[in-house]
Design a binder for this molecule. Structure first.
Ligand SMILES: C[S@@+](CC[C@H](N)C(=O)[O-])C[C@H]1O[C@@H](n2cnc3c(N)ncnc32)[C@H](O)[C@@H]1O
Length: 267
């Protein structure tokens, strides 16, 4: 990132802290609330330490929150998550040029896409695999908006679920999941190890994991990097993260074009 990008990134990332601190103060005894978890992440502390840390600043936080609200309510027609975020992620998906890594080496795969968003990659799987494909999309945002998918040859189902809290499916109508697909998702998690420890035993028929990530060294001209910065302070998932999680099991790192790569892990 150049210096101007860095300034913009800092401005864009600080807006989260005010509502998070405010909610964390007002969550009472809900130690594991979303706001408190988010606060702990922002401050790099445990949840308890983070709440203790902000407690003396209660008055300032309440003032900042009312100030924040004052400016937000002045604006009408603020786009929803589905209107603002999904088009940005779908735009990113169009930068994928090589579809070969979406090929699954067996017919009629059952794909579970976790953190699926607007499911921008479902068409890529449909293009290079024999129909029908069963595609299960899970995302915590589906509680508010559900994506539409009308790709030919795809049987599509979506689940509203926060994967860090529960995993409600093991297969779909007798079709066990054999592919786990994670696209630009791992950077959202607080604890990647815990995610895999939690999900893998729930998917006993899983054969491969495909992880699509932005290349560790690519230049994000479209400035969407601020989003990653919010989550993980800019750390891009890379081969070393993967090899630590699945020693020796990464069978392929394929370039999808100038921006992304796909890691394939065979279990
Ligand atoms: C960067 S977006 C990627 C969306 C999509 N996979 C793509 O590549 O366009 C990350 C998605 O993960 C979802 N997400 C983050 N944490 C989650 C969790 N704990 N459980 C379920 N979904 C989650 C977010 O709501 C968001 O839609």
């Amino acid at each position: 990132m150049n210096q101007d990008d860095q300034v913009i990134t800092n401005l864009l990332t600080s807006y989260r802290a005010i509502p998070v601190m405010y909610s964390a103060l007002h969550d009472g005894s809900v130690v594991g609330s979303v706001a408190r978890r988010e606060l702990a992440k922002i401050l790099h502390m445990t949840i308890v330490d983070a709440v203790i840390f902000i407690a003396p600043y209660r008055a300032q936080i309440i003032y900042a929150m009312q100030d924040f609200r004052l400016y937000v309510v002045l604006i009408s027609g603020i786009p929803t998550f589905g209107e603002a975020y999904w088009p940005a992620m779908s735009g990113e998906a169009t930068l994928v040029k090589n579809l070969e890594p979406f090929k699954i080496p067996w017919e009629n795969p059952v794909i579970l896409d976790v953190g699926a968003g607007s499911v921008p990659y479902v068409g890529n799987f449909a293009d290079v695999n024999k129909a029908p494909i069963i595609y299960l999309a899970a995302d915590k945002r589906y509680k508010k908006c559900v994506p539409k998918c009308s790709v030919t040859g795809v049987e599509f189902t979506s689940f509203a679920v926060d994967i860090e809290e529960s995993i409600p499916y093991y297969g779909y109508e007798g079709n066990p999941v054999d592919v786990l697909f994670l696209a630009n998702f791992l950077h959202c998690l607080e604890d990647i190890d815990a995610f895999f420890q939690h999900i893998l035993p729930c998917l006993p028929d899983l054969k491969i994991i495909k992880i699509l990530e932005i290349k560790p060294d690519c230049n994000l001209d479209f400035l969407f990097d601020y989003h990653m910065f919010q989550h993980c302070k800019g750390h891009r998932f890379n081969f070393f993260d993967l090899d630590r999680l699945f020693p020796g099991k990464c069978k392929e790192i394929a370039s999808l074009g100038d921006y992304h790569e796909m890691y394939t892990i065979e279990l």
